[in-house]
Design a protein around this ligand. Structure first.
Ligand code: GLU
Length: 614
């Protein structure tokens, strides 16, 4: 990867040179005042409207080389994440000459500390990497695996009925072998340029010395005590036993020590020895049947896979992302391709026709997802067939204005019971681009907010409940099996033009990830919205059972008209996803972070934006 080889002055060689930009020229061409970008009727001033980060040594938003804000532009690097602290750490790594993968690794370790409700070393994820030097896209797949003893009926009770979801997520059977640490170490060894010690130290410092709890973490702590074990309750409370609240300084000394051991011994520290034993013991403690739940042997045998991304031509670009066992980028591509067949661009933004077609294509693609998709190590991979032009045309032919494909369907499109949907997971998505044009689009998760609610005692990290992403009813492509990975909706995606990334996107939000990601791409490419406009444009959310969730801002007239055509809208709006994007222009990088949480983008200008660039 470009960026691996430092020259003596800290500058690095390789990649992106032909795309270096002249910021002043760019601003003049676009008529933009430095740092100020207007988003709809709300002026977002990149240089002044940012969240100051005080927790990261060596980083501040008013440093001449950094720019922070909901949407920022910069020449030499960009990070877009929900967590300004993690963003600051990653931007520092970029400034020191680290590449996009280095920065992403440091960022993910920090998220384990500062955003433990969304992702962490007790979970897994998908890291999509564009390597500018080899001009290729690779994926490091650290999805959790079921135990080798898992069985198709493990989410059924003794009467053969599906377990209640809130109960299931707390069972040992829901907890997969975590992949994140192996994923990060694999990515670092293949693509990184910095030592592990450098990349993990900021997370250790934050866990040991404390960080400021943001409103969203405070909310997740308060909302999830019902499933916390004692270790989690202790860790998320201060020394008086009061739950941490917004603005408090939180420490996690157990996690600092766990990360210290990983820093010293690498992923072996996590997958073998005392940490693995404690992890296995906690999983086994919650198992309904210990033989079906992950044990120390499963943990020791875990390995990531390096996957070929799924690639789909769409308009004049290419959509590239994590393949199965994530359904995400494949379904995103199916819907966007169907919308092309349906002539989406003939319909105005926010028109009833636009929402109707998005909803219908999503319902149809979800029918295929639920029927055919699963871990490709266990099923015949249907991806090529589902993405063939012929098939998508045929599926698009089912769709028309004025009526819904759900028709009089009692259950879900293509089968399935609306009573048994599990669509409320959560996770985190972030993107990084470096000065050489290397890019990372990474979605990472412990499944539900705070995962299973169980923290490994004495180790400071939450255990995922990822295996509840399997179908609870046996028999389908996504039934549980020994050593299988559950089907995901995570959609870390890159849009490539002429083989080079031009836009990265992704989101948390369980099943809704697919809807929010595909609409962000649609709004950017078909409706020509700027990055932050595309992120904040109201989304709708649906799946194979057909109800329509919606962000505030979807016009009532559009809902009324399409209700008459058969769309079943939720009564009130939701807050869908938390999209993070980076737009990689010929002359400038633009990062945008979804304002519905605390996120911000951080840009790097190596020369310093106050001193000009000519
Ligand atoms: N478990 C989810 C998935 O893999 C990710 C977490 C979420 O639901 O947001 O699709």
């Amino acid at each position: 990867m470009a960026g691996r080889y430092n020259t003596s002055d800290g500058q690095q060689q390789g990649g992106f040179d032909g795309r270096r930009i002249n910021r002043r020229r760019f601003l003049a061409l676009t008529g933009t005042t430095a740092g100020a970008l207007t988003i709809g009727s709300n002026p977002v001033t990149a240089d002044t409207e940012y969240q100051e980060v005080t927790d990261v040594s060596g980083f501040r938003c008013d440093h001449p080389q950094f720019t922070c804000g909901r949407e920022v532009t910069a020449a030499d690097g960009m990070v877009s994440t929900v967590d300004p602290i993690a963003g600051g750490v990653a931007a520092r790594v970029l400034r020191e000459g680290g590449n996009a993968v280095d920065a992403a690794i440091a960022l993910q370790y920090v998220l384990t500390v500062t955003q433990p409700h969304g992702s962490g070393i007790g979970g897994g994820g998908f890291m999509v990497i564009y390597d500018a030097e080899s001009d290729s896209v690779d994926v490091v797949n650290s999805r959790e695996r079921a135990s080798q003893g898992a069985t198709p009926d493990m989410f059924l009770d003794d009467q053969g009925t599906e377990l209640d979801f809130d109960r299931a997520i707390q069972t040992g059977e829901s907890m997969g072998v975590p992949g994140t640490v192996k994923g990060l170490e694999t990515a670092r060894k293949r693509y990184g340029s910095k030592p592990r010690q450098r990349l993990i130290t900021p997370a250790i410092d934050l866990a040991r010395n404390g960080f400021t709890v943001d409103w969203f973490l405070a909310e997740q702590i308060a909302n999830n005590t019902w499933k916390f074990n004692d270790a989690a309750l202790d860790t998320f409370s201060d020394e008086r036993g009061t739950l941490y609240d917004e603005g408090d300084t939180m420490t996690n000394l157990d996690l600092a020590e766990t990360l210290e051991q990983i820093k010293r011994d690498g992923s072996e520290a996590f997958y073998e020895g005392p940490i693995a034993e404690d992890l296995a013991a906690e999983i086994q403690r919650h198992a309904r049947d210990p033989d079906r739940a992950v044990d120390a042997n499963d943990i020791a045998n875990y390995d990531v896979t390096l996957d070929e991304p799924v690639r789909t031509e769409w308009r004049d670009v290419e959509l590239v992302g994590q393949p199965l066992p994530s359904s995400g980028p494949t379904v995103v591509a199916m819907v966007l391709r169907m919308l092309e067949h349906l002539g989406i661009d003939e319909h105005a933004l926010r028109s009833p026709e636009m929402y109707h077609l998005i909803a219908q294509a999503t319902i149809v693609a979800w029918g295929d997802r639920m029927e055919y998709m699963g871990d490709p190590e266990f099923i015949d991979d249907p991806t090529d067939a589902l993405l063939s032009d012929e098939y998508l045309q045929e599926r698009a032919n089912l769709i028309e204005l004025g009526r819904s494909v759900m028709g009089d369907t009692e259950g879900c499109f293509g089968g399935g019971n609306p009573e048994q949907i599990h669509d409320n997971g959560q996770t985190t998505h972030f993107s990084v681009v470096d000065q050489w044009g290397n890019a990372v689009s990474y979605t990472s998760t412990i499944e539900q907010f705070m995962g299973s609610g169980k923290m490994v005692p004495g180790r400071g990290f939450m255990i995922n409940n990822e295996l509840t992403d399997f179908d609870f009813a046996p028999g389908g492509a996504n039934q549980p099996n020994g050593w299988k990975r559950p089907l995901s909706s995570m959609s870390p995606t890159m849009v490539l033009r002429d083989g080079r990334p031009e836009f990265t996107a992704g989101s948390p939000g369980g099943w809704s990830i697919i809807s929010t990601t595909l609409q962000t791409i649609l709004y950017r490419y078909v409706y020509g919205l700027d990055p932050l406009e595309a992120v904040t444009e109201p989304n709708i959310y649906t799946h194979y059972c057909g109800g329509i969730g919606w962000d505030d801002g979807v016009p009532p007239e559009a809902r009324e008209t399409t209700a008459a055509w058969g769309l079943e809208w939720d009564e009130s709006p939701s807050t869908l996803g938390n999209v993070q994007v980076i737009d990689i222009g010929e002359d400038e990088l633009t990062g945008a972070a979804d304002p519905n949480r605390s996120g911000q983008a951080v840009g790097l200008d190596r020369v310093g934006r106050d001193r000009g660039r000519d």
